[in-house]
Design a protein around this ligand. Sequence first.
Ligand SMILES: *[C@@H]1O[C@H](CO)[C@@H](O)[C@H](O)[C@H]1NC(C)=O
Length: 371
Amino acid sequence: MELLPLVCLCLLSCSGDGSVVVTVEEGSDAMLPCSINTKENIEKLTFDWKKGRQEVFFYQSGKHYNNGGRTGQDKQFEGRVFHFEDELKHGNASIKITRTQLTDSGNYACTFPPDRNPSSVTLHVGAAPKPFITILAETKDWVLLQCEAHGDPLPTLEWKDSDDNTLPADTPQISVRGGRSYITVNVTVTKADRYRCVATQEKFSHQIGSQIYVLLNGAASEPSVTTIKTDGVTVLQCVVKGASPKPKVEWKDSSGNILPVKDLKETERGDSYDIVLQTTLTKTDNFRCVVTQEEINHQIYAEIDLNINGLSAGAIAGFVVLSLLLVVAIVGGVGGGLYIKHLKKENREKYEEKREPQTEPDSSTSLKESS
Ligand SMILES: *[C@@H]1O[C@H](CO)[C@@H](O)[C@H](O)[C@H]1NC(C)=O
């Protein structure tokens, strides 16, 4: 989870009393809107943001807390609140609170003295981020999935299949790690499908989900790719679980060259295989762990972008399934999504799809993210 970007999710909506509600994840930035009705230039005017008695941001003719022009800002907000300089001429006195904390939640008032009514904004910090899905165990006939989420208040979790039926899941478990509470719900699924885990916080009317594609009958699902750093050497690791027949697993660079094997562990469980393949990171590139089961004409891969200096590059797994047996590729127009339909030997129809995360609140959960 180390490289997860903090997603700012600002849900603007109006509550019953006409004030604005802003809901964000803890640690992300929050924009609190405020504009003067007349849209007049307010560069030479004064406006004041308060949370109860706490001074959040005070602006007077170009002077404010961030340029040493004013003092008195509440400690809680020091160095975290910014206005939008270029917007002032349009009467826009909105502010941004960065790196939000749970204690930032509450009611804010934006005032233009002396005689205008304050406008109010309710900030909720603690929206649940996208839940994480992990495969806990896998056989030819079933897969045990785990969904984990956090947020304040803790969300409720539901597992759904692609027809939107709620699945009977295990009792939710609550655990605490690093001072934060997590909720997990496990489910065992026995058919190939797309499964979604949906986190709901009724208090915020907030809902967010992740999804995973389950392939059964031994076809390998998307491998999980990670990096491990030992003695200054970075190792790329690819994990394949519960594949049958035994797959060939390879690390490739962006030119398609197969990278040397540093370590290969194969474990047989029943008649399926778990495989852990490692290679040493020697350059900045986009790497791909490719899993091939020739007997059933199935290939799947996960990708990771890595920077040899600092390893800071974002790492997100790609997810494409290629089936060479009977391939009907339908490149659909839905959000630029790519659909590959393929028929397996039992004539069972399955599908895989790749979507851009932005096209809907749900987006493909990469196993990379979950590990
Ligand atoms: C005020 O400025 C912010 C930041 O540029 C912008 O997101 C927001 O839409 C603006 N509000 C109005 C009413 O123009």
